[in-house]
Design a protein around this ligand. Structure first.
Ligand code: SAJ
Length: 414
């Protein structure tokens, strides 16, 4: 049975480790975080994701071991974070330390795969270089090296891990074929083989395409304001065209992928004023634009109090990383507005999360930032009683405007 060492037991590494263990591989999951190791070994998972717990428990009964220590393995899969530095560059320190560790255990004919999203060149120029220098082995000759980006959507990770198509880039054809042998054990989608650089850039292009599309919709929302036309109706109708698919505007783009990956593309690009950078700017400005509108609504109210509904970076996930709510909170608080936050789904938010009742008590504006399904069940009669001034600012076109206006609320959209 092939031994695979998966490095980094986060949103990608842990589900991948489980799926591989449940498909006949002997898996060692490694992480530098002691708490994660202890929790996992006590059967507690640190990630909220539908169906993950079930496949994790099954994997423990199969061949999944969790440890802080690396071991000799046939395959090493790197799934560590690649965050953004303050000057919009990739922080590859986790990739570097994983590569150094792998170099201590790698043997001839092993396979090394990078899954973490990284700037083009990382697989060969960082991982390959470190391992080659430390071991004297040569990537593509003595061991196989490939990049196989994850493409799963948080909230649907387990389904998409199995059903999405995948791209594999190899340092040579043999490396790509070796990596395909591993992924084809569980992937039901198609697997496309290419070179490493093309695979690295394709991954970044997917997320950048989404960022550019959302920026277009956010710009449209501002243009529609000038014309006093409802942007959502415009997008809905334009999308009836068979070749148009505009995404939804909102109060910002969050998460740890879409706002970050466009910068990885630009890392070695000499051109200035790229469309990609402009779109980042448009999306980054949205929390401030939304805040200004909220502040404008409340200007005649003394000691205004605002309630933000939604702290996670998008609907129905608990993850609050890069959530636009953080920026909006800051902007409102800096303008002397008392801010309360309610989110029945989010985890680990920077500010205190209150119950719905406490967050709305005496509030002058309910701001809907994240369209969690649970918010569909809100009892607006109760909301009406709790609030001091009945303003609703709907940044996601989520509520039924007519129904709320009929119930006596002042309804505003972004
Ligand atoms: N958003 C909008 N309008 C939309 C769609 C999204 O404002 O119409 C916002 C969301 O509210 C959120 C942000 O964009 O704040 C990102 O959410 P998302 O659902 O677009 O993307 P992620 O970050 O959850 O996952 C993306 C996915 N990439 C693509 O769809 C191209 C996923 O498949 C990737 O695997 C993931 O990034 C990743 O890990 O790279």
């Amino acid at each position: 049975m092939k031994k695979i060492c998966i490095i980094g037991l986060g949103y990608i590494g842990l589900p991948t480790a489980c799926v591989l263990a449940n498909n006949g591989f002997n898996i060692l999951g490694v992480d530098t975080n002691k708490k994660i190791i202890n929790d996992l070994n006590s059967k507690n998972i640190h990630i909220e994701e539908p169906d993950l717990r079930a496949i994790f428990l099954k994997a423990l009964n199969n061949k999944l071991t969790i440890s802080k220590e690396y071991k000799k393995s046939d395959v090493f899969i790197i799934a560590v974070p690649t965050p953004l530095t303050k000057d919009n560059k990739a922080d590859l320190s986790y990739v570097v330390s994983a590569s150094r560790e792998i170099a201590n255990y790698i043997e001839k004919d092993n396979l090394v795969i990078l899954e973490s999203t990284s700037p083009p060149g990382t697989t060969e120029e960082v991982i390959g270089k470190i391992i080659n220098e430390k071991t004297g082995l040569v990537a593509g000759v003595d061991y196989f090296l490939a990049f196989c980006p994850e493409r799963v959507l948080p909230g649907k990770i387990i389904y998409e891990l199995v059903n999405n198509d995948r791209i594999i880039g190899g340092i040579n054809e043999k490396s790509a074929i070796k990596a395909k042998e591993i992924y084809s054990s569980f992937v039901k989608g198609k697997i496309y083989l290419t070179d490493i650089g093309t695979a690295e850039l394709s991954k970044l292009v997917e997320n950048t395409y989404r960022d550019v599309n959302i920026a277009f919709s956010n710009e449209l929302s501002q243009i529609c304001n000038d014309y006093n036309i409802n942007v959502n109706s415009v997008i809905e109708l334009a999308n009836k065209h068979p070749r148009v698919n505009i995404l939804k505007p909102g109060a910002g783009v969050g998460g740890h992928c879409i706002p970050i990956d466009p910068w990885f593309i630009l890392e070695k690009v000499k051109r200035k004023n790229t469309l990609i950078e402009k779109c980042r700017e448009i999306n980054n400005d949205m929390p401030v634009i939304a805040s200004k509108k909220i502040i404008g609504l409340l200007k005649r109210i003394e000691n205004p109090r605002v309630t933000l509904f939604g702290a996670s970076y998008k609907e129905n996930v608990s993850d609050t990383r890069e959530s636009p709510t953080t920026a909006i909170y800051k902007e409102l608080a800096n303008n002397n507005i008392e801010v309360a936050v309610h989110d029945p789904v989010a985890d680990n938010f920077k500010h205190k999360l209150l119950s719905m009742e406490d967050s709305l008590d005496g509030s002058d504006c309910l701001v809907l930032l994240v369209g969690h399904d649970l918010f569909r069940e809100i009892d607006f009669e109760n909301v009406f009683k709790l609030m001091r001034t009945r303003n609703i600012f709907d940044a996601r076109n989520f509520f039924d405007k007519r129904k709320l206006e009929k119930a006596g609320f002042n309804y505003y959209m972004l």
